[in-house]
Design a protein around this ligand. Structure first.
Ligand code: GLU
Length: 470
């Protein structure tokens, strides 16, 4: 029986499209857990997820952990955690590639048994020599019964890669080396594992980084030898920094973990990274995840590298942050800082923040007393007349009955400004510095209202007392 006539991968669940049955779209995100999840990887995961969730497909997760030295359980957990934080979910249990090693070995053996592969001791030197003698044609070896396992690549014809994003490219078979699919010790190489796993998992669409594009002809050749269908391929463009270089730490936050620590919101990150290489139109910069799911298509993904610009992400994040209901904002701030009781401070800092990590510098003086900022003290309280203005403000504030409201405080301090015949800042800034220790705070009336009467007066008194010491 010819190889292609028999059921090669018996774990396939669904009938191929040629049987006339509609095939469910199945995509997969296949990270190698050799480090944290970078923004490029997160975007690949997102594109897979948007496509599946928008089109009633399934999203699978495969951990490509065959490099057992670099693939640590901590890295796996970090990647899962990053995906969970991004709210990118997956169907079923993750597949761990190293657990499929027997399956890979079995398929290698099948390819040997059927004559599609052979064992050869040829190393790089022999391959180079062959090429020299054969006008740079692809290496073809002889079956030596031992050594690495090589796939027999046909001498004729082309392998045609059809990519939804990059179009069609034909690779001349005669120029491809008989490719190694398992090492001499029997362990299958990445190319074989990917192809076998994609077929076993019944993947219909492979969406991955453009850095894998050059692997694809190899994968097609292995698929042909195994007699399995070729999925739809889409290689998404690489990410660059604003300087045109490949994205790295130099360009700011490079991993999902860092984005989280810097106080970005997952919905804003999804919005922004979806637009790195894909767009609804030229103008749209704010687009909800629901809209993304409905609108996303591989056909609209750009071929050229996209530029990650943290400033744009910040801007989008600020827009999302200000839209959050105060209770939700509070919950997220309490999550991030591990503190409780932040609601009042959250409510009055919301307008001033672009990221959640801007909260604490704005709000810390509510919880920890005035910030020790000697420059602000000298600059504001050292000005001629500042302490007199502060004293006048204190007098007026002492008269305001509780509960304090921003509107009432504004009216009372407004009268002080008027009576003194000075500019607003000459009264408000000394009060701000006395109460918060710094010039960076939420609105002064809101700040005082949240601080309350007793605490405000006590803080002002401490400054006045210290300034009258010899
Ligand atoms: N494990 C590969 C990576 O992390 C992805 C391979 C694939 O998607 O086919 O780059």
């Amino acid at each position: 029986m010819a190889l292609s006539d028999r059921p090669v991968l018996d774990r396939r669940r669904l009938s191929p499209a040629s049987s006339g049955m509609l095939r469910v779209m199945r995509v997969r995100f296949a990270p190698s857990p050799t480090g944290v999840l970078h923004i490029g990887g997160a975007r690949t995961a997102l594109y897979n997820w948007l496509l599946a969730r928008g089109q009633g497909g399934e999203m699978l997760l495969r951990v490509e952990d065959t490099d057992l030295e670099r693939s640590t359980p901590e890295n796996v957990e970090q990647i899962f955690e990053a995906l969970r934080w991004l709210e990118i979910d997956w169907d079923g249990e993750p597949v761990f590639q190293h657990e499929c090693a027997d399956r890979h070995a079995e398929q290698v053996q099948r390819l040997i048994d059927s004559g599609h592969a052979y064992r050869s001791k040829a190393g790089p030197a022999e391959v180079a020599e062959f090429k020299q003698e054969h006008a740079n044609r692809g290496f073809r070896g002889a079956d030596e019964g031992e050594g690495a396992v090589r796939l027999r690549v046909p001498d004729e014809g082309h392998t045609v890669v059809r990519d939804v994003i990059r179009g069609e490219s034909a690779f001349e078979n005669a120029l491809q080396d008989d490719l190694v699919i398992a090492r001499a010790d029997g362990t299958p190489v990445y190319h074989l594992a990917v192809v076998v796993d994609d077929a076993d998992m019944d993947i219909t669409h492979v969406i991955r980084g453009a850095d894998h594009y050059s692997n694809t002809p190899k994968h097609l050749l292995i698929q042909q030898a195994l007699g399995v269908e070729t999925p739809v391929y889409a290689h998404v463009p690489l990410l660059h920094g604003a300087d045109g270089k490949k994205l790295s730490k130099r360009h700011g936050a490079a991993s999902v973990q860092e984005l989280r620590e810097r106080g970005y919101l997952p919905e804003a990150v999804r919005n922004y990274i979806a637009l790195l290489g894909w767009g609804l139109d030229e103008e749209t910069t704010l687009i909800s995840t629901e809209e993304l799911k409905a609108a996303f298509s591989l056909e609209r993904v750009s071929r050229s590298p996209a530029v990650f610009d943290e400033q744009k992400l910040r801007w989008i994040n600020g827009r999302y942050l200000r839209e959050l209901p105060v209770d939700e904002l509070t919950r997220r701030l309490e999550d991030l800082t591990g503190r409780a009781g932040l609601r009042d401070a959250a409510a009055i800092t919301q307008e001033k923040m672009s990221t959640l990590d801007e909260f604490w510098p704005l709000a810390r003086s509510f919880f920890e007393g005035p910030v020790d900022d000697s420059r602000a003290r000298e600059k504001v309280l050292g000005k001629v007349g500042s302490l007199d203005n502060l004293r006048a403000a204190r007098g007026a504030l002492a008269e305001v009955p509780e509960p304090w409201t921003p509107a009432e405080l504004e009216a009372r301090l407004g009268s002080v400004v008027e009576q003194l015949g000075v500019k607003g800042g000459q009264v408000y800034q000394p009060v701000r510095v006395a109460v918060t220790g710094t010039t960076v705070s939420p609105g002064i009336f809101e700040t005082l209202a949240v601080m309350g009467r007793a605490e405000t007066l006590a803080r002002i008194d401490r400054v006045l007392a210290a300034s009258s010491e010899p």
